[in-house]
Ligand binder design. Structure first.
Ligand SMILES: Cc1ncc(COP(=O)(O)O)c(C=O)c1O
Length: 332
């Protein structure tokens, strides 16, 4: 199989479940069948999409003889929490460089980071590039102390991380085939773009007629689409498939609202509706915006009656327990 040449460390509990959401579908008019891929239950350190990316990234780090992980995100980063969890699981040291001035409140993901023994660094960057410089500086310092650091970019979103989602599409296909189902679209939250790039690469490699619709949680479409396209092209090329995926990259950016982590009336409706129809918890920063987009598109009649649509649940619920982000707190 084309993925076999890329080593993986088993961090996740796979396959994650593929479940129907009948009461949620009915609440949206009952014409479209919504299914949910439960990567929120991916098994590693409270679950989420990063488990799949980290399987490939950690394998690379270990292959290079590294013993220390460095990565970045906001104080409520799910990616940081799961990287710290993965490091603990394989016995590596973990340093988290937060793109924020320091604060003392330990809630949600940040509480878990500390529990996992990660070392926390604070850097309020003027420019996005400053955080990369800060990680390199830290890597040099750690190297001088005799450690072997491995830097994981924001969100684990490079071609190797995205490979986790090529793998995920193969897993999904086995499940969908066993049920005899075809899906019109995947809908999911898109931030740093690696999940979307991997899902898209997976659908293209398998010649699926399924659109991948990334609902942006922060970036405007004109920024996120080229980013996803670039990572996707690199993943395809690593898998010896030369194709320009540009025309297949679809981002909806109308559901960001006031910005990253700032709730909208639609994201609150999404959280409450899924909770109250399916007993399913999503998160305020990522998946609530994605489900807001999904709800809007179902109501607007994007999909024909009887279509199956998959919401790919990428996790993130620990942020619900941070300074009431849901209600507009500043805990991100
Ligand atoms: C819960 C959750 N969903 C979706 C995403 C977006 O994934 P990506 O950064 O690969 O676009 C993230 C990223 O941190 C996340 O934590």
């Amino acid at each position: 199989m084309y993925l076999a040449k890329f080593p993986r460390v088993e961090l996740a509990t796979l396959p994650t479940a593929l479940q129907p959401a009948p009461r949620f579908s009915k609440a949206l008019g009952g014409k479209v069948n919504i299914w949910i891929k439960r990567d929120d239950n991916s098994g590693l350190t409270l679950g989420g999409n990063k488990a799949r990316k980290l399987e490939f990234l950690l394998a690379d780090a270990l292959r290079q003889g590294c013993d220390t992980l460095i990565t970045t995100g906001g104080p409520q980063s799910n990616h940081c929490r799961m990287t710290a969890g993965a490091a603990a699981k394989v016995g590596m040291q973990c340093h988290l460089v937060f793109s924020s001035s320091s604060f003392d409140l330990r809630q949600g993901n940040l509480l878990v980071d500390e529990l996992l023994g990660a070392q926390l660094h604070w850097c309020d960057p003027a420019e996005v590039d400053d955080i990369n410089k800060e990680m390199s500086k830290l890597a040099n310092e750690l190297q001088a102390q005799g450690r072997r650091p491995y830097i994981i970019p924001l969100g684990g979103s490079n071609s190797l991380g995205a490979m986790g989602y090529v793998y995920a599409v193969r897993e999904f296909l086995q499940q969908a085939d066993a049920l005899g189902l075809q899906f019109a679209s995947f809908v999911h939250a898109s931030g740093s773009g690696g999940t979307q790039a991997g899902l898209l690469a997976g659908t293209l490699l398998n010649h699926l007629q399924t659109d991948v619709i990334g609902v942006s949680v922060s970036r405007p479409r004109e920024n996120l689409e080229p980013r996803v396209g670039k990572i996707c092209k690199l993943v395809l090329s690593l898998l010896n498939y030369e194709l320009d995926p540009t025309e297949y990259v679809h981002v909806l950016d109308e559901f960001v609202g006031g910005g990253y982590g700032i709730p909208t009336p639609e994201s609150k409706e999404a959280l409450q509706l899924l909770a109250q129809t399916e007993g399913l918890i999503i998160d305020p920063v990522y998946t609530a915006k994605a489900v807001a987009g999904l709800i809007h598109e179902v109501r607007a009649g994007r999909w024909a009656e009887g279509s199956n649509v998959l919401f790919w649940h990428t996790g993130g619920s620990p942020a619900l327990f941070a300074d009431s982000i849901f209600w507009g707190g500043a805990g991100i």
